[in-house]
Design a protein around this ligand. Structure first.
Ligand code: ZN
Length: 341
């Protein structure tokens, strides 16, 4: 494990200091585990690169790592000015995940970057590898656990969470049931949180039920794109302990249009009113370098939360502590590994 500090080290320190919980909480970054307390201000759902060509055609031949790093670097240094220290990169395998690129960017910026394992089933399985369809959930999980234990494709980079995706249908397809089941099995062996591109209420609750049937607490599940769910659904899931990820804050949208910054501020204020601010994650779902476009195409930066949403929340009478809860404490709890392995 390249540059990795073994968790046994943290456990030993924890025991020596007589601490119980805090010292055993850690986050797996692309440069190895860090104590969760070092995570700081965190963007919990962003992208460096996404390649939408499909699992059968994507690969590292599709981009030049140095060119991508050159293009992306200014957008990372820009958020460092807002004291962001951790960025969770949500691009899954077969969609442009590149552990070497993330490692290079982490080293160049000093930021904590977090990558993932898992398959992205949305878009009717265009981004899952062909062999997936012949595999059992146990076999799929084995691949993901192997990545956690030994690193991704020989890079030494270990994933810090499980990223999956299902379509927004009201029931899970057989393939997507297999994906969430594989995520459940992987979670049980690694302690990684499961972040699932989900959207509406129905597939969110369908996945939570699958996890519960495996004895997994809903607090180990992040409902990604929960803004596409109803407020009632968000509250009901939060009551169960689920993380509610409101993650497409985009200042390019016209004020007054659906999902503008005021919409987000209002939804977050409603979650606070219901007593569930401690279950909410916020992010931009922004970026990203597009291999099929000239110089990677237009890149949406990661600053809208700081320049647009935070001021909107302040005008909804949020305190500094409540904003820290959204940007520091909630991501720290959501992404802390549940098993001291
Ligand atoms: Zn995304």
């Amino acid at each position: 494990m390249k540059n990795g500090l073994h968790i046994g080290f943290f456990l030993a320190i924890g025991l020596l200091l007589g601490c119980q919980q805090k010292t055993t909480e850690y986050i797996m970054t692309v440069r190895g585990p860090i104590p969760a307390s070092e995570m700081g201000i965190t963007l919990s759902h962003e992208h460096i690169l996404v390649d939408f060509i499909g699992a059968d055609s994507t690969g590292y031949h599709r981009w030049n790592k140095e060119e991508v790093a050159h293009k992306v670097l200014p957008f990372l240094t820009e958020i460092q000015e807002y004291e962001v220290s951790t960025l969770v990169e949500c691009t899954p395998a077969y969609l442009g995940r590149d552990p070497w690129l993330l490692m290079a960017l982490a080293e160049q910026t000093g930021m904590h970057l977090v990558t993932n394992t898992g398959y992205y089933g949305a878009h009717n399985n265009l981004f899952v590898p062909a062999q997936f369809h012949q595999m059992s959930a146990e076999e799929v999980s084995k691949i993901w656990v192997e990545e956690f234990e030994n690193g991704i494709e020989g890079s030494g980079v270990r994933p810090g969470f499980i990223k999956i995706a299902v379509d927004g249908d009201s029931i899970l397809s057989e393939a997507h049931l297999k994906i969430i089941t594989a995520a459940a099995l992987t979670h049980q062996q690694t302690g990684m949180v499961i972040a699932s591109h989900t959207g509406p209420d129905a597939p969110a609750f369908a996945q939570i039920s699958v996890l519960q049937s495996h004895g997994i607490d809903p607090s180990c599940f992040i409902w990604v794109h929960a803004q596409s769910g109803t407020l009632e659904g968000n509250i009901k899931a939060a009551q169960l302990g689920t993380w509610i990820s409101l993650d497409n804050i985009n200042l390019n949208l016209e004020p007054g249009s659906a999902y503008d910054v005021e919409w987000y501020a209002t939804r977050i204020a409603a979650m606070k009113e219901a007593g569930f601010l401690h279950r909410v994650l916020i992010s931009h779902d922004a970026g990203w370098y597009k291999p099929e476009e000239e110089d990677g195409g237009e890149f949406r930066g990661f600053t809208g939360i700081f320049t647009g949403l935070v001021p909107a929340l302040l005008s909804h009478e949020f305190s500094k502590e409540e904003i820290d809860l959204l940007l520091v404490e909630n991501p720290r709890k959501a992404f802390s590994l549940r098993l001291p392995v």
